[in-house]
Ligand binder design. Sequence first.
Ligand code: F0G
Length: 451
Amino acid sequence: MSFSIPYEIAATRPLRQTTREEREMALERACFNTELLPQELIYVDLKTDSGVSSVSTSQLAASMGGASLEATPEMAPESHTAFNALARRFQEITGFPHVLPCTQGRAAERVWTKLHVKEGTVVAGNMLFPSTRFHVESNRAKVVDVIADKAYELFSDEPFKGNIDIGKLESAVKEHGADKVSCIYVELCVNSCGGHPVSLANLREVRAAANAHKIPLFLDACRILENSHLIQQREPGCQDRSIQEIVRETCSLADGCTMSALKDFLVPLGGFIGMRDEKLYQKAYFQQFLEGGQPPSGALASLSASLDEIFSPSNYVRSRVEQVTYLWQKLSGSVPVLHPAGGHGVFLDARSFLPGLAPEKHPAEALAAFIYAISGVRVTKGPPLTQHQTARGIELLRLAVPARRYLNGHLDDVAEAVLYAHLHRDEIRGFKRLDKPGRSKYDPPLFAPIT
Ligand code: F0G
């Protein structure tokens, strides 16, 4: 017998059952972009796994308890109860001796890249998330993508498609000169290519290259738990290691990490910078204090409670990733989903789903709107793709599964909607993009159906 799911549901939120007519009206009002749909008209929301997991009773209690009345630490973290409790727990889990709690991942990246990324240099990375790329570029440096080519193969079963190609990394160092490489930044469970993990073996090789060239190695570790679970499942010799051991070894290979806590750590607000050097910690602390990015005490306390819970049942992470795999298995074989199953979501290849729709007819958005119209399920494209993906004609739709929020019954309904959409794909005509004065290129695009 097994204990499959290490929690029960303590509070629920009703979901309104909408009619097809209501949903079609909502789509029209949202100019057919599912990102712009109002939450109350959505049944299962797979737009993101970030900041939308259910909180636990102990997180709620912690965030409303005595600690929540402490002022933010300002320049005196030594005396701050919630800050210290969280820092201790983070140090135990990751082994990083210094930690700076942040409000979210991009806030951590802003501080960290300001301290590490120098003008006129490059950062070698594995298909980094757009906010990481943005912060590198805002320090007048460039990102060089050194992810292995397997990351662009949508349907092969290679287990670690997030890996760095050491040959590409060495070439980048040779081309730019080691002193012009500010750092190597490795994202775990790479979001943009399908939630694919990075292996420990690969991280060890990257560490050796970083040592040889004296370049710091940082992690974007926001999905470190999912990455560790997939290492445990897929990497030879890791089956008997605990998630905690794998997390520790992963962190031990890096000089520092930035991390959003909104994904694996189940909070709506929080993040970390983990680092080894005390002087750097003080600089980072001061930088964050000046920028006004300290998280409030209740958020620190809720995050501490979450860190405790994630590791106390040994199977939490397994139950989370297995739920994603459950959805993947329902779709794989019938519709074009990226292989193998990723850590936080299922990704559809929109081009092969709708081979008759040319890219300028926005197949991914048209498919997302169709799925919403028939089912109330919201999916979106996920993170903007890198230029290497776009150059290869890749177009994805991401079904991001929030942790601890939905039951498998919800995911059955999602699978039914996607399978129905596939059977009726000839009805999906595609969209044309609307231009509206005053909207910037960063605003979500607006569409109209092609009639
Ligand atoms: N790194 C990765 C790999 C991410 O996926 C995200 C956010 C961030 C950094 C930034 O963290 O949102 O806390 O500032 N990803 C979300 C998503 C938005 O939907 O995938 P943040």
